[in-house]
Design a protein around this ligand. Structure first.
Ligand code: DX5
Ligand code: ZN
Length: 220
């Protein structure tokens, strides 16, 4: 067991899209720490989801931090719209680029927290010269694009290496893990050093009556 406080960020990708406002309010009441919003463009990833207008409409359903995961390419043209829509944290993939350092500066210039997302095949070295500027690193434990995939074991070593790098820096950088999180992989990701867990399937399964139990169980 880790003494580290674990935050749970339900991914609304697994919510009922016909009732998104109520779903966000329900996970807020059920104890979600952050609201994770998966933005996909059918170009960087093979799926199409949520734009800034939807984020803006959802904003009044929860005062908790909106954790916006951009799976879009290019990144910069969409950042101001999501910032204005009410995102609190904005994360992007360096491969989507083209200029990661510039994107981090842009997000911060808009008063938002900045995160970089590492795909399963993306090495830690991709953010070696960026880590100190980040508020968040998100490790993908599935390939981005869809909920409900199986956790990729090899990412545990990356999480552990990142935890060591963050602790060596001594900065309060969040280490978030996204994809295939269930009761077992949650425990292993936290043991490896994660402090924020994204979970779609595991939070939304069983319907609204289960959300509080599901979130509490993941928190461990
Ligand atoms: C995948 C998304 C994840 C996903 C998680 O591209 O970034 O947030 O929805 O879903 P589960 O928890 O079902 O793996
Ligand atoms: Zn995500």
């Amino acid at each position: 067991m880790s003494a580290r406080a674990v935050r749970i960020a339900p991914s609304i990708l697994s919510a009922d899209f016909a009732a998104l406002g109520q779903e966000v309010a329900a996970i807020d009441r059920a104890g979600a720490d952050w609201i994770h919003v998966d933005v996909m463009d059918n170009h960087f990833v093979p799926n199409l989801t949520i734009g800034p207008m939807v984020v803006k409409a959802l904003r009044r359903h929860s005062a908790k931090p909106f954790d916006v995961h951009l799976m879009v390419s290019p990144v910069d043209p969409l950042v101001p719209a999501f910032a204005e829509a009410g995102a609190d944290l904005i994360s992007f993939h360096p491969e989507a680029g083209p200029h990661s350092h510039r994107t981090v500066q842009l997000i911060k210039s808009l008063g938002k927290k900045a995160g970089v997302v590492l795909n399963p095949a993306t090495p830690l070295a991709a953010i070696e010269h960026l880590l100190a500027d980040l508020d968040l690193v998100l490790v993908m434990s599935v390939n981005p694009g869809f909920g409900g995939q199986a956790f990729i074991e090899s990412q545990l070593a990356k999480i552990a290496a990142l935890r060591a790098a963050i602790d060596a820096l001594g900065k309060p950088i969040h280490l978030e893990v996204d994809g295939g999180i269930n009761l077992e992989t949650a425990r292993r990701a936290v043991a490896a050093g994660a402090d924020v867990l994204v979970a779609g399937t595991a939070v939304f399964s069983g319907g609204p009556d289960r959300y509080a139990n599901n979130i509490a169980a993941l928190r461990g």
